[in-house]
Design a protein around this ligand. Structure first.
Ligand code: AR6
Length: 329
């Protein structure tokens, strides 16, 4: 998954480079800067002293010494005043310059903290939005695994309104599932979803027809349906897997093996990338042996977004993260 949002201490990240939210002196400080210097040991400060500081929005690279990564990329975020002092532009530059520096140093994986979202006071929601959109932009033209490391859950709050809407939708769906009696079992197994649609109050013949039609549909595998949908939608393979937040290697495995058995989150990621309707999403899931259930929070959140035709995978992942669910891609 090219962008992963994880909750961790960045000094524990085992990747090629971690990014430090530094200050213009590059001589250490509090927050993530302090944690990185403590974990790296005094040689990091020794090297930083030779760099002659760093301007806001720019980035410089050093070795990582005692840290588990190879490099530390130091960038200086803007201090938040009121949003009218080019704060956004400067924060965008931090991500852009850090990623370019990582690329120049052949890093395959990089971890970012939420730059400026601590002592520098940038509103966390906006800081996260900028991080996600700048990293996504970079990944359109580059292959890299980029982590956004969130230290505390409070730093990662999706909009209250969205949380409220999702919570309401989850409640509604649970109630609906409750009134359907045995629906938990019915919804749990993929093939029983077929029965859900085929069984009620129809003749045996009709039921058999529907079932054979449904089985007929299963002739097309997940991989075949995915490739067909990509063709129909007119997007390129690259656009599709990038939008799905899926890496190139996984996509090529799916492409070359018509019987590839993807994870459920991968199927949904592609459904979102292709902006499939809810019915098409269910069809694609079914081909991979999965279903959407109303007794499962993850599934309800996915349904919520697809029904709203909100297909930004990062927004969906932020919401899944908020509700402690596994992420897409
Ligand atoms: N791992 C991951 N994220 C962390 C960690 C950690 N170990 N520690 C804090 N964060 P901040 P800034 C999060 O204040 O706003 C320093 O003194 C934290 O929750 O570290 O860019 C520098 O020297 C927040 O979301 O950086 C500068 O003077 C995010 O990292 C100034 O602070 C950034 O918080 C820079 O301020």
């Amino acid at each position: 998954m090219p962008i992963q949002i994880v909750r961790n201490d960045i000094t524990k990240m085992n990747c090629d480079a971690i990014v430090n939210a530094a200050n213009p002196t590059l001589l250490g400080g509090g927050g993530v800067d302090g944690a990185i210097h403590r974990a790296a040991g005094p040689n990091l400060l020794r090297e930083c002293k030779k760099l002659g500081g760093c301007k806001t929005g720019e980035a410089k690279i050093t070795s990582a010494y005692n840290l588990p990564c190879k490099y530390v990329i130091h960038t200086v975020g803007p201090v938040w005043k009121d949003g009218n002092n080019n704060e956004e532009e400067k924060l965008i530059a931090c991500y852009k310059n850090s990623l370019e520096l990582a690329k120049k140093n052949r890093c395959e994986s990089v971890a970012f903290p939420l730059i400026s979202a601590g002592a520098y006071g940038y509103p966390k929601e906006q800081a996260l939005r900028i991080a996600v959109s700048e990293i996504s932009r970079f990944l359109l033209d580059n292959e890299m695994l980029v982590y956004i490391v969130v230290f505390d859950k409070e730093a990662f709050r999706v909009s209250k309104k969205l949380v409220h809407d999702i919570t309401e939708y989850i409640d509604e769906c649970y109630v609906e599932a409750h009134f359907q009696g045995n629906s938990t079992r019915l919804f749990t197994y993929p093939l029983e979803d077929v029965w859900e649609e085929a069984a009620p109050a129809v003749t045996e013949h009709k039921t058999a027809m529907n079932l054979s039609e449904a089985l007929g549909q299963m002739d097309e595998s997940f991989s075949e349906m995915l490739l067909r949908k990509i063709d129909e939608t007119g997007i390129t393979d690259v656009e599709c897997y990038k939008k799905a937040n899926v890496d190139r290697k996984l996509f090529s495995k799916i492409r070359t093996n018509p019987q590839y058995k993807p994870r459920k989150t991968t199927v949904i990621a592609f459904a979102v990338a292709l902006e499939l309707s809810l019915d098409e999403t269910k069809e694609m899931l079914q081909k991979a042996g999965y279903a959407l259930s109303h007794s499962n929070k993850f599934d309800i959140i996915i349904e919520f977004f697809i029904k709203k035709q909100e297909y930004n995978i990062f927004t969906i992942n932020e919401a899944l993260f908020e509700f402690d669910q596994v992420l897409l891609g």
